[in-house]
Design a protein around this ligand. Sequence first.
Ligand SMILES: [Zn+2]
Length: 101
Amino acid sequence: MPTFEDIELELEDKETQITIKTNIDFEVYCDTCGAGICSNAKTVRSRNRGELQVRVSVCDNCIQNKEDELNDVIFELSEKIAQLEEEKQELEKIIKLNNNL
Ligand SMILES: [Zn+2]
């Protein structure tokens, strides 16, 4: 689970101002497939302004889903190519027969 560490919170009322430091743990989920992707996320602070940032790499589950979809398309295209190759050979036979007449 990603954590922002040592986050300073300033609390104040009319007379007192208190600053406390705390850690903020949070969970990260893929908005596309809903998988938990905490291990793909890390917390950083921006270089110039020191703002809190979360950096998230692409969801492994979504990558796998896209690879599966692509493999299905590749398989369908391979079958189509094989079918067209058979049709081509049939047509070549017919042409050869016609040329021999
Ligand atoms: Zn995903």
